[in-house]
Design a protein. Structure first.
Length: 168
């Protein structure tokens, strides 16, 4: 195996679990997430000579995954939505009960695609507003507004009872 292939393989071995989680959070389907990651890695391999010299290779790779997801959602046979949500391949930072996990996944699936992408990159991956905007190819203002709308929706769905000082 050449140096190029060895470097690429080492990168994939290290980053594949994170790429899978990103794809899964974007599409909520384990099989589609695998497909998205496979397509993204094939694209990355084709650009590896250039990409491996970049300072922001992780951001570049995330962008490929997000774009691969976008391409996948545009395919007519992908317009069906799955009812089941499968678990990620690793534990959550704070373990949730089954009911809370189901409610969270249902709420995330209820978000429009753009808002879901922003929430995943900003709040799951912990990217800055600027990094999220760059990865998604949108403005920072769009990231902020989509994040705000998504968080408002998630709070409303996940905690439907208004607090004492809150009016509806």
């Amino acid at each position: 195996m050449g140096d190029r292939d060895a470097e690429f393989t080492a990168y994939v071995v290290q980053r594949r679990p994170q790429l899978y989680r990103l794809a899964f959070l974007l599409c909520s389907d384990a099989h589609r997430a695998e497909d998205i990651v496979q397509v993204a890695l094939a694209k990355l391999y084709g650009a590896w000579d250039r990409a491996s010299r970049m300072d922001g290779i992780d951001a570049y790779t995330r962008r490929i995954v997000v774009n691969s997801h976008l391409d996948d959602t545009r395919r007519p046979w992908r317009r069906e939505r799955t009812k089941e949500v499968e678990q990620l391949d690793g534990p959550a930072a704070v373990p949730l009960g089954i009911e809370e996990t189901d409610a969270l996944w249902s709420a995330l699936r209820g978000l429009p695609e753009g808002q879901r992408r922003v929430v995943v990159l900003r709040h799951y991956w912990g990217l800055s507003v600027e990094e999220t905007a760059r990865d998604l190819g949108i403005s920072t203002g769009t990231v902020k507004s989509q994040s705000s709308l998504a968080i408002h929706h998630l709070r409303r769905v996940l905690d439907p009872a208004p607090s004492a000082g809150e009016r509806r």
